[in-house]
Design a protein. Sequence first.
Length: 118
Amino acid sequence: MVQWSKALAAGILVGLLVRCAGLPGQVETREDGAVPVKFSLKAPGARKVCVAGSFNHWSSSRHCLRQGEKAWSLTVAVPPGRHAYVFVVDDGAWRPDPEALLSEDSGFGFSHSVVVVE
């Protein structure tokens, strides 16, 4: 029960954070209901970082992040729902988001990060 309560609280928090992304008090929801979600990863030395998840049919090349001074980042329009995702580094290593509040077992021996969009 405690784990479930923590997961529920974390899901609500992620939902609130996603809703608050962008300008204060403003979330640009598209006509299809998708909400902008910012993905970022600190990956010093990486040549390429992309995000693959249930929202893009696990494409390892469709949503590639841009390298900034401190981290790689990209904002993606994600439809409402619960979405598993990972970062794909240099076209090989699939890594969960170390900053994600939620994660789940992939069923393949590693974890997926989870984002909830409301």
